[in-house]
Design a protein around this ligand. Structure first.
Ligand SMILES: Cc1cc2nc3c(=O)[nH]c(=O)nc-3n(C[C@H](O)[C@H](O)[C@H](O)COP(=O)(O)OP(=O)(O)OC[C@H]3O[C@@H](n4cnc5c(N)ncnc54)[C@H](O)[C@@H]3O)c2cc1C
Length: 432
């Protein structure tokens, strides 16, 4: 039997980009040739929780666009790329039939499903070396560890400690790198993965969506340039971020951030460039403030691990929830007693998008008015949201259910909120 070629593997997960990709940067410094791989793991497309799929059509479509863009960008860099659909462990088995894998470069993950994949791979490749990055975060773990012995429950405490001597790393300069070691004989073929493969029919996006964008880092950078430099919307972010209609009220970076086609560190440095050119104000600061919320939920889940998936949450508080399928159905289908809630639920059903204001209201309504268990609402969001991110979704839901980062029991009054944020009924008229 011929000797297998020794290679490294660049295993893409939620870091589907070239710019500021630590794993890509690191694997390109090695002497061995490497293969880049992305796996559409079929369990994400077949399994359900509380009757909801783990990934719905909107995120599936966005992911396909993202991987296609990545494929093009890797091609330009001479990097061999394998795109597969199947079980992660089967694909790793297949690759290791042809190659001896020395190191796997990937993004560090700590939530249960991602950790389970790593365990499966380790059982196939017990001697492989793992080289992990933390490039989904704005703040580096060693910087946070210097500032805090543990992650506090309250965001304000976290932020105030972090903002003293605030340090953000430089970007990993990957864009100029070109692969000089592509001498890799690939006997395995990429799969042609389509919406059909993932279990969906083709669909047209609703014309009223506030998120009419494509997946992939090319579209992400176009959006960033438009929101910052072309329209200067960044300078109005704080006053407009609670809007409900259209492209411009907030950055819409979340979907690209969630699958890693845009890095929070790149956004930070672009904000600094913008400030140098057009000046800083409360709004330019506020976008960093919101990115800190994102990190806060990531660090919270890093500390509390799988507790974020428990009904009692990280507070271990046994809130009383009642189970009523008819109320859940009414909420999902926009048939509650509140027209503001219904309009938001129609929006997510038809577009996979909802504003932050909408999300806070519908989640609060679900937990506090309908008194349904928060994890069911979170599971529905997980299926529907284009920008689903495990840490932000479960963190925000726990928070609003009263079992998360805020020990006070908050409640949003949908009618008052509608009066304030949808005074002239424009948003409700759009969706109802
Ligand atoms: C119940 C509920 C569920 C949510 N689920 C998700 C989710 O699955 N994925 C997700 O990315 N966000 C989630 N959010 C947070 C927030 O609603 C979205 O990040 C935001 O609406 C995305 O729009 P944007 O990119 O235009 O935000 P902007 O206002 O432009 O903010 C910029 C970035 O800051 C971060 N950010 C802003 N607000 C929050 C927040 N409350 N928590 C964490 N990060 C924040 C996001 O990365 C966002 O892209 C959820 C919020 C609630 C209340």
């Amino acid at each position: 039997m011929p000797e297998k070629q020794k290679i490294n593997l660049l295993w893409f997960g939620n870091d589907l980009r070239i710019r500021d990709n630590e794993s890509l940067f690191n694997v390109m410094q090695e002497d061995l040739p490497f293969l880049a791989v992305y796996i559409f793991d079929e369990t994400f497309f077949s399994s359900t929780q509380f009757g909801f799929k783990k990934i719905g059509q909107f995120r599936a479509q966005f992911l396909l666009e993202t991987v296609s863009d990545l494929n093009n960008n890797l091609n330009q860099k001479n990097i061999p790329f394998l795109k597969k659909f199947g079980q992660t462990q089967d694909i790793f088995n297949q690759i290791s039939e042809y190659f001896e894998i020395e190191k796997i470069f990937c993004q560090s993950e700590w939530t249960q499903e991602e950790v389970a994949f790593e365990k499966q791979i380790t059982s196939i490749l017990p001697y492989v070396k793992w080289v992990k990055s933390y490039s989904q975060l704005l703040l580096q773990p060693n910087f946070v560890a210097e500032k805090l012995d543990e992650i506090p429950l309250l965001f304000t405490t976290f932020r105030q400690k972090i903002e003293k001597d605030f340090k953000i790393r430089n970007e990993f300069e990957c864009e100029q790198l070109v692969n000089r070691k592509p001498d890799l004989y690939l006997k395995i073929k990429s799969d042609d993965v389509t919406l059909k493969t993932l279990g969906f029919d083709d669909f047209e996006m609703h014309q009223s969506t506030a998120f009419p964008f494509l997946g992939g880092e090319t579209a992400a950078m176009q959006r960033l340039n438009a929101y910052f430099f072309e329209t200067k919307n960044l300078s109005r972010y704080k006053e407009t971020r609670n809007g409900l209609i259209g492209e411009d009220y907030s950055s819409k970076f979340s979907a690209w951030l969630a699958n890693g086609s845009l890095s929070a560190v790149s956004i930070f440095h672009e904000i600094k460039k913008y400030e140098a050119k057009f000046g800083n104000n409360e709004s330019t600061y506020w976008l960093v403030f919101e990115l800190l919320w994102r990190d806060f939920f990531k660090y919270t889940s890093m500390q509390f691990r799988d507790k974020i998936f428990l009904k009692v949450g990280i507070l271990e508080r046994d809130e009383e929830f009642k189970f009523a399928q008819n109320l859940i159905n009414q909420w999902v289908n926009g048939g509650t007693n509140s027209d503001f809630i219904n309009a938001n639920m129609e929006e997510i059903k038809h577009t996979g998008w909802m504003s932050n204001r909408g999300r806070q209201n519908v989640a609060s309504y679900f937990c506090k008015i309908l008194k349904q268990e928060w994890r069911i609402g979170a599971a529905y969001f997980e299926e529907m949201l284009i920008d689903y991110d495990v840490h932000s979704n479960y963190g925000n839901w726990m928070y609003l259910a009263g079992v998360g980062n805020d020990p006070r029991s908050r409640i949003f009054h949908a009618e008052k909120q509608a009066e304030q944020y949808d005074t002239n009924h424009k948003f409700r008229n759009l969706w109802l």
